[in-house]
Design a protein around this ligand. Structure first.
Ligand code: G6P
Length: 612
């Protein structure tokens, strides 16, 4: 996590850096800082807290310079205070560093610098010390060479931006398991954690690959590998513009992104239907014969993506008839998963940068498994390492709480289920054509739900202070129960948990007492009668019940629930989760707003988690 940006060759680099940090703040917001060079010295301003605190400080003491680097932090080593805020400098103030990642051997490196005085508790500061020492070496290396020597000694994950007063106008960057892009345009050079930070300047960038180091100067970028030999980064274009990364009149990004779901779902469905009952997944690039032979699937993911993966499991097992395990990515590689060339791994990640998910996918690939990435970010690390990609087309998601990425991931899972079924001769074209035709109405159904939230607002007002909420569901409703609980705790900080409805009687029901709230995800599906019994069990014990129904289940639920939020009937049962999650996203949003929480930047969280 942490967001980093560098700009060189602009009259006032600091203004561009602050604007870029604003778009990177979703990566962490414990502190922010900037360093710029004017004349022959580096000037630094950094503050604990959100970016606005840095902006206030810069108003009081403006920083000039045509070159600079900036950072927004999600704290790992050291408290989120001014001292630990990046940039970090060497003791002479001549080298400045910003960093995303963790330098795992920083203690050993610090110990080597006998007698050096450190100004922070961070793992990063030692890099500034080491680069400064290299620059003083008798053979007089330039900044690129000094950084190359230092990163050769680092263990862990890093995206680093380094500048020195000895080479005005130059920024040197290095990447190892943390995203970093570079770009040059119209006499300006840029580097950043992701393209969102640069979108007002360019839509074409190059992602550095692990081990690469780049020298960024005004209008020019030069990339070398770990040995210093010229190297090629991975150049790509993004197909969205600045307006996609702005709030466009919505009070919060989360609300804007909830409302973007009709378009996001439509875009994700687009182009995958050949009109003759064949699902087209052009970027998959995996030999159909390999997919036909698969005898087991692992879906690996974290957070909201994990819940989308749970729906993917239902679709793949139903249509393709192959067993699927959904695994928390951070657990997968530390046990002994049984993986071989007949195992297919599908890694879901909105950002494509979650280190746990990437590492788990790499672990499986090392054992011969083909890997498919379901990612929302073109050119992401996961998309590049995978054998094949299915891009969700949600557009940039900025709010920390994921919404439109989730519904598009579910759609992607449905497409994958159909595609695998066809590779395995389990579905006739006429059957697939029927499913695709039904799915085509989903965007309009999504629109109907998100455009009418009056009943959801009323529910949020009624239950806003309930201290404990239990979410329950079965089958396709269970992933939505998990996701509903996650949304509520993420943005409102209320205690929420989800359970399979049938498991309640084995323990969780002991938590129910008068005053508790149970949210039941209760669409009109084949497990609905069982779920109604579970709802009655909690109601009998004094819980209030908020039910999410479909039109087909509403009447049967009304006698058993205090509030029923209704979504349209889905065109097929497996697509129902795309609709039932919507009221729960809006419910969490409105509860959080009513409670005065910081919806887009919840405490302690970050959107892209690039540390283990
Ligand atoms: C973080 C975010 C979540 C997200 C998860 C996985 O925890 O706060 O919203 O679901 O990471 O992110 P990914 O980019 O891999 O989908």
């Amino acid at each position: 996590m942490c967001g980093i940006i560098g700009v060189t060759g602009r009259p006032s680099a600091v203004a561009d850096i602050v604007a870029g940090l604003r778009r990177l703040e979703y990566r962490g917001y414990d502190s922010a800082g900037v360093v710029a060079q004017a004349g022959d010295r580096l000037g630094v301003v950094k503050r604990a807290g959100k970016l606005d605190r840095l902006v206030e400080a810069l108003d009081g003491s403006p920083l000039e310079g045509a070159v600079g680097i900036g950072h927004t932090r999600w704290a790992t080593h050291g408290a989120p205070n001014d001292e630990n805020a990046h940039p970090h400098l060497d003791p002479t103030g001549r080298v400045a560093v910003v960093h995303n990642g963790i330098i795992e051997n920083y203690r050993a490196l610090r110990a080597e610098l006998d007698g050096a005085v450190f100004a922070s508790e961070t793992d990063t500061e030692v890099v500034a010390h080491l680069v400064a020492r290299e620059l003083d070496a008798s053979d007089g290396p330039d900044l690129l060479e000094a950084v190359r020597r230092v990163v050769g000694r680092l263990e862990g994950a890093y995206a680093l931006c380094v500048m020195s007063d000895r080479e005005p106008g130059t920024i040197v960057v290095a990447r190892q398991q943390a995203p970093l892009i570079v770009a040059a345009r119209d006499g300006v050079g840029f580097c950043a954690s992701d393209v969102a930070a640069l979108i007002e300047h360019t839509d074409t960038c190059a992602a550095l690959l692990d081990g690469q180091i780049a020298r960024v100067r005004a209008g020019a970028v030069e990339v070398v590998d770990a040995d210093g030999a010229p190297a090629e980064p991975d150049t790509y274009r993004v197909d969205w513009d600045l307006s996609a990364a702005e709030k466009q009149g919505y009070e919060h990004f989360m609300l804007k992104e909830i409302h973007e779901q009709p378009t996001a779902v439509r875009e994700t469905l687009l182009g995958h239907d050949d009109g003759a009952g064949n699902v087209l997944l052009d970027d998959l690039r995996i030999d159909p014969a390999v997919l036909a032979r698969v005898d087991k699937v692992f879906i690996l993911a974290a957070g909201t993506s994990l819940h989308a993966g749970m729906v993917g499991k239902l679709a793949i097992e139903h249509w393709a008839g192959v067993p699927v395990d959904v695994e928390v990515a951070s657990e997968f590689r530390y046990r002994d998963p049984i993986v071989d060339a007949r195992t297919l791994v599908i890694a879901y990640s909105q950002s494509g940068e979650t280190i746990d998910t990437i590492a788990a996918a790499e672990h499986a690939r090392d054992q011969g498994a083909p890997v498919i990435a379901v990612s929302n970010v073109v050119g992401s690390t996961l998309a590049r390492m995978a054998d094949g990609v299915l891009h969700t087309r949600a557009g940039p998601e900025v709010a920390v709480a994921s919404t439109k990425a989730f519904t598009t991931q579910i759609v992607a899972g449905l497409l994958l289920g159909l595609y695998l079924a066809q590779r395995r001769d389990r579905l006739f074209p006429s059957e697939a054509a029927d499913v695709l035709e039904r799915l085509a109405v989903l965007p309009d159904l999504v629109r109907r739900v998100v455009e009418d939230d009056a009943a959801i607002v009323a529910a949020a007002e009624r239950f806003r202070d309930v201290g404990y909420t239990m979410f329950i569901g079965r089958h396709g409703g269970l992933p939505i129960a998990y996701e509903g609980a996650l949304k509520l705790k993420e943005v409102s900080y209320l205690h929420a948990e989800a359970f399979p409805a049938g498991e309640m009687k084995h323990g969780p029901i002991a938590l129910i007492e008068p005053g508790a709230l149970v949210v039941a995800v209760a669409p009109d599906d084949h497990v609905f009668p069982k779920l109604v019994s579970n709802v009655q069990e909690v109601r009998a014990r004094g819980a209030a019940v908020l039910a999410v129904a479909t039109e087909g289940s509403r009447a049967a639920l009304e006698p058993h629930a205090d509030v029923v939020l209704t979504v349209p009937d889905a065109p097929l049962e497996l697509a129902t989760p795309v609709l039932t999650v919507l009221p729960l996203q809006l419910y969490a949003y409105h509860v959080a707003v009513l409670r005065g929480a910081d919806v887009d930047q919840p405490r302690n969280l970050a959107k892209t988690v690039t540390v283990e």
